[in-house]
Design a protein around this ligand. Sequence first.
Ligand SMILES: Cc1cc2nc3c(=O)[nH]c(=O)nc-3n(C[C@H](O)[C@H](O)[C@H](O)COP(=O)(O)O)c2cc1C
Length: 337
Amino acid sequence: MNELKIKAAAREKMKGYCRVCPRCDGKACAGEVPGMGGLMTGTSFINNVESLAMYNLNMRTIHQAADPDLSVQAFGRMFKMPVFVAPLTGVSLNMGGALDEAEMVKNLVNGALAAGSFSFTGDGPAEEIYTAGLEALKNAAGMGIPVIKPRHTESIALRLKQAEEAGAFAVGIDIDGAGLAAMARSGNPVGPKTFYQLRELVQMTELPFVLKGIMTAQEAEMAVEIGAAAIVVSNHGGRTLDYTPGVAEVLPEIVERVKGEIFVLADGGVRTGVDVLKMLALGADAVLIGRPALWGVFGGGVEGVRLTLEKMAAQLKHAMLMTGCANVKAIDYSIIY
Ligand SMILES: Cc1cc2nc3c(=O)[nH]c(=O)nc-3n(C[C@H](O)[C@H](O)[C@H](O)COP(=O)(O)O)c2cc1C
């Protein structure tokens, strides 16, 4: 199995939902939500890809970083690479149903672990979406992070408890799911949370808390103040609001405000190890991949996910060597041209 074969198989399995374009930039699938695209004009998804593409790298080859170290510490654990799998749900609605929800999330979790990474799991309108994620984590010694939709407080409280019981090493909320119509339609209303409501939720659990969907420096500061352990700078792959800037555009400003106070993850438009390097240079501590992991899982199951992550790690290692970064901590803005 290789990347081309995985993508070809994914193209078949996701027919009518994802074209698995040679360059996945949100243009062909603009407006396809449900589906794999970005909301409405698709601008937020497109901006993710274009904002990353705007940055070029300083090539530096007079140095000693011949064997870059990709390992990273996150949530008190060591991982082989600073690339994790984003929460991805809604098989029948978004991806065509060639896999069922439980199979997909199990393969994402196990594929990520096989690569020395880990996967987030998600939440959605059907009850089974969140529980399938928990089941996958239970069977993988809790190695992953369930991400709960911004539901009513009691519903979140229940799911926080379930995450603890599943042995997850952290838990989170995708706060940018506040306006998701599919949740409301299914009788699971979601909405924005106040600073105090979020602080209460963070205090409800002993687990490190991740706030996913932060796009401004001000809300990143609020995440620090409520006691979150990590943020994901993310616009949900462009699926929750049209016309947000790209993640790579807002990341430096956010990091400048909160670096050192909170673990900063970022996602949106990361397609290669070079994109990973750019996100890290812009200040992220680690990145998540969304759509590429879905091609991996639809095109090749557990192995497909593992190979997708390992390919990105190999590209990242090469790019670190070529920019003179001996390890992940040594990557900074100086490699951006
Ligand atoms: C089909 C699909 C389903 C998703 N489901 C969820 C979800 O349940 N929870 C969540 O927090 N994010 C969800 N996301 C957003 C991803 O976690 C991630 O933020 C985004 O895909 C990153 O952008 P990328 O796909 O360009 O890498 C989903 C994205 C896609 C494409």
